[in-house]
Design a binder for this molecule. Structure first.
Ligand code: GDP
Ligand code: MG
Length: 629
């Protein structure tokens, strides 16, 4: 075994423990589960020029876009995968389906810039959409981090005034998740406590339980200030449970001179080894990017493991919710033409059943139609009753004033029947208007309830809904015209002033005998006319509601049903059953969500099983070894 194999083997062991967990989260993110629940992640935050890109370059081993101003304009998920068998390869992906593989590290900058331009537009705007850059190589350690735009203090030329707020909101969106590890990048050569990055971290993580800080630029510390920095690294100033790591990256000069990252990493180690104050930090594992990488990797895995049970719970809950939503809009039309026809027949039959039941008063739509109609008909009856007193007055008046106002050629004591007939005709004709109003009111009620049923029955089928609404309208219009005609007819008949009512005849005979002397026939008129009006009122009180009920409800329900059945004779079932595109899309979206959640759930359960297995396997190996010894 060569001496080189030692660390390699260690790395493999580490990878075996680390990779599955990081992969799980990355896989879950790639199936879009982060839309349903937050995923464990490391978010890198820092003020502009704090050295974020430099640290990420050291971790990833490749040059990233740099420059002044906002260089990172979209969140960038940097997935680092260690694979001994791979020299170097990368995949960049973003948006719905853009994906590009490449094998040349120097192309990273171009691809990231291109992705940013495509998502956030050329220029200086920022955008919330994630770019994923997966780098697989033998030299990186297993780690996934999200690089965020640097915190800008003031807008520069061409930037929107509120760029600072926009960036802060974007950062907040990521770090406010309790499940996110905040990696705050802070230069040593500034007043650390006042950096925006740490302030924002403290806002969302006041206890400092999920914040780790990276101190950069230790080579730029003012001589004499090293002690203060040590105090910070030793967690004595701002307490962070995950602690501090100090790193040294390439200064601008070294970048300009094109010093390689590999060389710079070597130089970093030399820097600390030779540093009078910071040398001790190497032993304490609080210095160098290499140490940072291992720490982060372990922290991330620990974090993921801790989050698994909760994630699993949330996924199950979400799954239940989404399945419930789906069940409410499930039952779209089948694909197969024959089945689709059957389905259409069913949909229309169901609707017809409802309309029929409504017309019989067997179902209630919002409000009981028959109760509503009865109220309206009672009002009609009231109107008839109320007209009586007016009628009586007029009749009495005509009798009283007959000789002065109404007498024609007849001798005194004789009366002209026509005068009284005219009075009856005129007063009965006045009832036509309220009869028509009653018709209109009931028609509106019935149509409203028919429309409601159509809306309910065909809520997923806009075509059927529209067609039925139109037909209901036309049918109601036709039927109410019929009723109007019948009412007009009825009133025309009433102009005949006719009855063979028994009661009336009795009444007239009674009036005749009682007043046997017959000296004043006219005094009998009010009583007789009153009795006649009672008969008219009774006739109209029944006739008008019966007409309305029959034509507007009973018969129109029948016609609606038969016209809806006519649709079955057409051969464009697809067209008739065309679904509301929104419903279709929504259902597809929910189905995709269910798939995602089930996949995620499977992944978690299989990983948890494996984890248990690997622990058992490890114990078995250890046992065997003991036995051998
Ligand atoms: P970012 O804006 O946070 O991404 O910061 P950069 O990584 O672009 O770094 C800003 C400037 O600081 C660059 O000129 C880097 O060369 C320089 N820089 C970063 N880290 C160090 C360091 O440890 N020492 C020195 N001297 N300069 C550094
Ligand atoms: Mg940067």
């Amino acid at each position: 075994m060569s001496s080189d194999d030692g660390p390699r083997m260690f790395q493999d062991q580490l990878a075996e423990k680390v990779r599955p967990f990081i992969d799980l989260v990355d896989d879950m993110r790639s199936i879009g589960i982060d839309k349903e629940l937050p995923l464990p992640a490391i978010a890198v935050v820092g003020d502009q020029s704090s050295g974020k890109s430099s640290v990420l370059e050291f971790l990833s081993g490749v040059a990233l876009p740099r420059g002044t101003g906002i260089v990172t304009r979209c969140p960038l998920l940097l997935k680092l995968c260690n694979d001994r068998t791979v020299k170097w390869e990368a995949v960049i992906s973003y948006g719905e389906k853009y994906r590009h593989e490449f094998e040349e590290p120097s192309e990273v900058v171009r691809h990231v810039e291109q992705a940013q331009n495509s998502l956030a537009g050329k220029g200086v705007g920022i955008c919330d959409d994630l770019i994923t850059l997966k780098i697989t190589s033998s030299t990186v350690c297993d780690l996934s981090l999200i690089d965020l735009p640097g915190i800008a203090r003031v807008a520069v030329k061409g930037q929107p005034d509120d760029i600072g707020v926009q960036i802060k909101n974007l950062i907040m969106k990521f770090i406010k998740n309790k499940i996110t590890i905040i990696l705050a990048v802070v230069p040593c050569n500034v007043d650390i406590a006042t950096t925006e990055a740490l302030k924002m971290a403290q806002e969302v993580d006041p206890e400092g339980t999920r914040t780790m800080a990276i101190l950069t630029k230790p080579d730029l510390i003012d001589p004499g200030a090293e002690k203060n920095v040590l105090e910070i690294v030793h967690n004595k100033v701002i307490v962070l449970n995950m602690g501090y790591v100090i790193v040294k990256c390439r200064g601008q000069k070294k970048i300009d001179e094109n010093m390689s990252i590999t060389r710079a990493i070597e130089e970093e180690l030399e820097f600390f080894e030779n540093h009078e104050h910071f040398r001790s930090l190497l032993r304490e594992e609080k210095a160098t990017t290499k140490c940072l990488a291992t720490k982060l990797s372990n922290a991330l895995v620990k974090h993921i493991k801790k989050s698994l049970p909760q994630m699993s719970e949330t996924i199950k809950e979400r799954l239940g919710e989404v399945k419930h939503l789906l069940s409410q809009i499930e039952g779209g039309p089948p694909m197969e033409p024959e089945e689709k026809r059957k389905y259409l027949i069913q949909v229309i039959t169901d609707f017809n059943d409802q309309i029929t039941q409504l017309s019989k008063g067997d179902i209630i739509v919002e409000e009981n139609l028959f109760v509503l109609m009865r109220k309206e008909f009672t009002e009609w009856m009231e109107c008839l009753k109320n007209s009586k007193s007016h009628y009586h007055e007029v009749v009495q008046q005509v009798v009283d004033e007959y000789d002065e106002k109404h007498r024609g050629s007849e001798l005194p004591g004789f009366s002209n029947y026509r005068v009284f007939q005219n009075v009856v005709q005129k007063l009965v004709a006045e009832l036509k208007r309220p009869a028509m109003t009653t018709l209109q009111t009931i028609r509106d009620m019935v149509q409203k309830q028919f429309d409601h049923l159509s809306k309910e029955s065909f809520k997923n089928y806009p075509y059927l809904h529209q067609v039925s609404m139109k037909r209901i309208e036309t049918i109601q219009e036709k039927q109410s015209n019929i009723v109007k005609e019948r009412i007009v007819e009825q009133f025309e008949m009433e102009m005949q002033v006719y009855t063979q009512d028994e009661i009336f005849n009795k009444h007239s005979r009674k009036e005749g005998t009682e007043d046997g002397s017959d000296h004043d026939t006219r005094s009998k008129y009010p009583g007789l006319l009153k009795a006649y009006y009672e008969i008219v009122v009774q006739r109209l009180a029944d006739q008008v509601p019966m007409l309305i009920r029959y034509f507007i409800l009973k018969q129109s329900a029948k016609i609606v049903c038969s016209e809806m059945l006519d649709l079955l004779h057409r051969d464009d079932t697809d067209n008739i059953l065309q679904e509301d595109s929104e419903i279709g899309e929504y259902r597809a979206k929910l189905h995709a969500q269910v798939d995602r959640l089930i996949q995620a759930n499977d992944k978690i359960s299989s990983l948890r099983e494996c984890d248990v297995l690997s622990v058992t396997k490890f114990r078995d190996v250890a046992k065997n070894r003991n036995m051998l010894i």
